[in-house]
Design a protein around this ligand. Structure first.
Ligand SMILES: Cc1cc2nc3c(=O)[nH]c(=O)nc-3n(C[C@H](O)[C@H](O)[C@H](O)COP(=O)(O)OP(=O)(O)OC[C@H]3O[C@@H](n4cnc5c(N)ncnc54)[C@H](O)[C@@H]3O)c2cc1C
Ligand SMILES: NC(=O)c1ccc[n+]([C@@H]2O[C@H](COP(=O)([O-])OP(=O)(O)OC[C@H]3O[C@@H](n4cnc5c(N)ncnc54)[C@H](O)[C@@H]3O)[C@@H](O)[C@H]2O)c1
Length: 455
């Protein structure tokens, strides 16, 4: 144990070097604080190596090919050759920098942040141990993230070789058949990515639709796209047992049937990483969802928590937003988190995006097939499942959701409108360029206006 007179001190120590932890540390260093980030594995965390980046990279080849196949003139330039899975996996390796974190580690050091390699744990107020070395800090930010949650299904936890997001995003060989348990964002995105790369996928969920947390029309559009890619949907079926039969994984389902594959991917949510980080030494009791924080991201005196470990909004962009809120407060500028306009996005093809409320006093839905951009974009426009729905309280937008090409990008207009509380007449006065999918927003606003006039 290091004696107190040799203990190193920082203004702030961030435990966990995922995207939110790094962003917090960088913002604090920019603000003049002496900062260290503790990381026991790879600087960059889940998003960079086993989450957002590899999953979006694995989706992209299928996206691009499907888009080309729907465009007369371009479709003729591609023959029937399937996607080259080896090239796609090589691109994934490039995007995850072959699981080497020298680049991000150098970048954060150049931002003025010390990187302390090892397992960090609180050892009392304003004290952090890193593999036995003791450090003191004015503030400690807990940003330890989350692990995959494997549900209590008979035999599942003991089964050797089950996949979670780590194994599937890092796969080196495509399985012939894959059983995916859980049709949330992880299950949906990776089912489509692998199906398009050549795997036969069975997607199982106890809910009656994919993405059960989102509005039904959005789930239905994404579900039918998955069916179109050959994904077999087994909905309304909870998993009840799991076993290996020879070389085959067998997932028993509540209706007495079974799903069989060369692999099982468990995509049934996340649980906060709160074990062995010394929360008890500072009097914090984590809840099942995570560390409770106030709107400033504070969880105690000189103690803060951000990212997945809070269990609030398990997205990289949400954790980074919380990082800015915590950093501002630590630097003495009062700031509170506002989640009224938190974007929720699924990078399936078509993309699905939502923000804010999903129901309200007034709603207006416009199909994308009625927007000129769609006809120039794809020959499949008549059958296009795309749409946008706006939700209003009669004065402003309070929510929006959409399915369609690049929906994740153009629905951001609604995010801005909700966050900035823009009055509906001002939104109606916004010019949308022609021909863009954004024109659907204008049409939906006009529909809202008509409803309000006749109300
Ligand atoms: C397959 C998949 C796809 C996703 N896609 C998206 C997406 O497209 N968009 C999006 O916004 N979100 C996406 N997410 C969610 C996103 O990855 C997470 O919300 C984000 O990574 C959370 O960041 P975090 O820093 O809280 O946790 P993490 O990224 O897990 O970082 C925590 C870090 O802390 C380290 N650590 C933990 N405990 C200790 C300790 N005691 N000492 C030292 N270090 C420690 C870990 O090694 C890790 O590096 C996806 C998630 C998955 C699984
Ligand atoms: N594009 C993105 O932003 C993105 C992408 C991937 C993941 N993420 C985030 O990562 C987190 C984890 O995602 P996820 O998809 O693993 O979790 P999730 O909680 O969103 O979905 C889990 C799904 O598993 C199902 N399920 C759970 N137990 C089951 C059982 N025993 N039998 C059958 N079905 C069962 C649930 O009904 C649910 O549909 C999410 O919060 C998500 O927002 C975000």
């Amino acid at each position: 144990m290091t004696s107190t007179d040799t203990v190193r001190g920082y203004d702030v120590i961030v435990i966990g070097g995922g995207a939110p932890g790094l962003h917090c540390a960088e913002t604090l260093a920019e603000g003049g604080a002496r900062v260290a980030v503790v990381e026991r594995e790879l600087v960059g965390g889940t998003s960079a190596y086993w989450g957002c980046v590899p999953s979006k990279t694995l989706l992209r080849p299928g996206d691009a090919l499907a888009a080309v196949r729907n465009v007369p003139g371009a479709a003729e330039a591609v023959n029937g050759t399937p996607l080259d899975a080896r090239a796609a996996l090589a691109w994934r390796d490039f995007m995850v920098t072959a699981y080497d974190d020298h680049g991000p580690a150098r970048w954060i050091r150049e931002a003025g942040v010390d990187v302390l390699r090892g397992h960090g744990r609180l050892a009392g107020p304003r004290t952090v141990d890193v593999d036995g070395a003791r450090y003191r800090a004015g503030h400690v930010v807990v940003a330890t993230g989350s692990d995959p949650a494997v549900p209590e299904v008979r035999g599942l936890r003991e089964l050797p070789g089950i996949w979670t997001n780590r194994e599937v995003t890092a796969l080196t060989e495509l399985p012939g058949r894959l059983v995916v348990l859980g049709a949330g964002p992880v299950g949906v995105e990776l089912s489509q990515a692998l199906a398009r790369l050549g795997t036969a996928v069975v997607l199982v969920d106890r809910g009656d639709r994919v993405l059960p947390g989102e509005p039904r029309p959005l789930s239905e559009a994404v579900g039918s796209a998955l069916l179109g890619d050959g994904v077999e949907l087994r909905l309304r079926r909870a998993a009840t047992s799991a076993r290996i039969d020879g070389a085959e994984y067998v997932l028993g389902l509540a209706d007495g049937t079974a799903a069989r594959g060369d692999r099982i991917l468990v995509a049934t949510g996340r649980r906060p990483r709160v074990a062995r980080i010394g929360l008890e030494t500072v009097g914090i009791q984590a809840r099942p969802r995570g560390i409770p924080v106030d709107e400033r991201m504070s969880c105690g005196d000189g103690l803060w928590a951000i990212g997945d470990v809070t269990g609030l909004w398990p997205f990289t962009h949400a954790g980074q937003y919380q990082a800015r809120v915590a950093a501002a407060n630590i630097l003495g500028r009062h700031r509170t988190a506002d989640y009224a306009a938190m974007p929720r996005v699924v990078f399936s093809d078509p993309q699905a995006a939502a923000v804010g409320e999903t129901t309200g006093e007034f709603t207006a839905t416009v199909p994308l097939s009625g927007v000129a951009r769609t006809a120039t974009y794809t020959r499949a426009y008549e059958a296009h499942p795309g749409f946008v729905t706006l939700v209003s309280d009669g004065r402003r937008l309070i929510g929006a959701y959409a399915v369609g090409p690049d929906a994740v990008e153009w629905l951001q207009q609604a995010t801005l409108a909700i966050r900035a509380r823009v009055p509906l007449p001002v939104l109606l006065d916004v010019v949308q360029p022609f021909p863009t999918f954004s024109e659907a927003l204008f049409q939906a606003l006009r529909d809202l206006e008509a409803q309000l006039t006749s109300a």
